[in-house]
Design a protein around this ligand. Structure first.
Ligand code: GLY
Length: 280
């Protein structure tokens, strides 16, 4: 199994070595899976459980004090599932996989997605905050201005890293998955790029991609699908570079992307200060 994992694009993390060890371990565990779909979920679970990453436990807190998780996953042959705006769900990617495997739909949202998760055996009712994120939320002093002022304030005060993702192939089958708690102090119920097909995640016969960064421009541009489309012309390394260059030209946004083709070649690029990855 070939695997590439990312721990989110953004500013340099506080403990890069510890996070890198966790990412490397996640990639190693994923490589033991029998199928790419299991591999990407095996990679994401430890990251969703680790408060050092913005997904699951310790993830970004929305403006009403709630952490809501989103995820999406897709295989080379079009199996697709996503789930979003879920309170109390650590392993959002497991819910996305269950949507793909057990329903005729591609996206479930909110309380109904949480009920579906519980009925499918995915753990719910977890407190996704930590002492640190509760303190960050309680001590924050958001401005009174309009949404634009608010976003500038979020960028200035909550610049950490964003989202986790993985792509895996056994040389034949391929899967991509992305999981997040979104943006700090977003409007309650805001959903970004991560559970939107072609934006936060995408896979087809050519390969797969997982995106990370500013969700609104990523969603408008369709970054993950654009990165996979570059595989018509380039190998994965240049596909990732071209995708981020095109994304920046088109949107001015900040993002990163990982790309894997079905032969197992990898690429990763960002226009942020940092994005940690691990490959196996
Ligand atoms: N890229 C994660 C988000 O904006 O929700």
């Amino acid at each position: 199994m070939h695997v590439i994992v990312h721990g989110g694009a953004g500013s340099p993390p506080a403990s890069p070595a510890t996070r890198q060890a966790t990412l490397t371990d996640a990639a190693e565990q994923a490589a033991k899976a029998e199928r790419p779909m299991e591999a990407v979920l095996a990679a994401l679970r430890p990251l969703e459980s680790d408060p050092a990453f913005n997904a699951g436990v310790g993830g970004a807190v929305q403006s009403d004090g709630e952490v809501r998780t989103d995820a999406g996953m897709m295989t080379h042959d079009g199996q697709t599932g996503a789930a979003c705006a879920m309170s109390g769900v650590v392993h959002a990617a497991d819910v996305a996989r269950t949507v793909a495997a057990e329903t005729p739909h591609v996206l479930l949202a909110g309380d109904e997605a949480v009920a579906f998760a519980a009925g499918s055996g995915v753990e719910t009712d977890r407190d996704l905050t930590t002492a640190e994120t509760r303190q960050r939320y309680e001590r924050a002093n958001p401005p009174d201005g309009g949404p634009a002022d608010h976003l500038d304030w979020v960028r200035a005060h909550f610049s950490g890293t964003d989202t986790v993702g993985a792509v895996a192939t056994d040389g034949d089958r391929l899967a991509a998955a992305t999981s997040t708690a979104g943006r700090w102090f977003a409007l309650a119920g805001r959903v970004g790029d991560v559970p939107q097909i072609g934006a936060g995640f995408y896979a087809d016969d050519r390969g797969g991609a997982s995106a990370t960064g500013e969700g609104e421009p990523i969603a408008r541009f369709g970054l993950a699908r654009h990165a996979v489309e570059q595989l018509d012309t380039y190998g994965p390394r240049q596909a990732a570079e071209e995708a981020i260059a095109d994304f920046e030209d088109a949107t001015g946004g900040r993002a990163g992307v990982i790309v894997l083709d079905r032969a197992g070649h990898t690429g990763a690029e960002r226009n942020t200060a940092a994005m940690q990855t691990a490959r196996r």
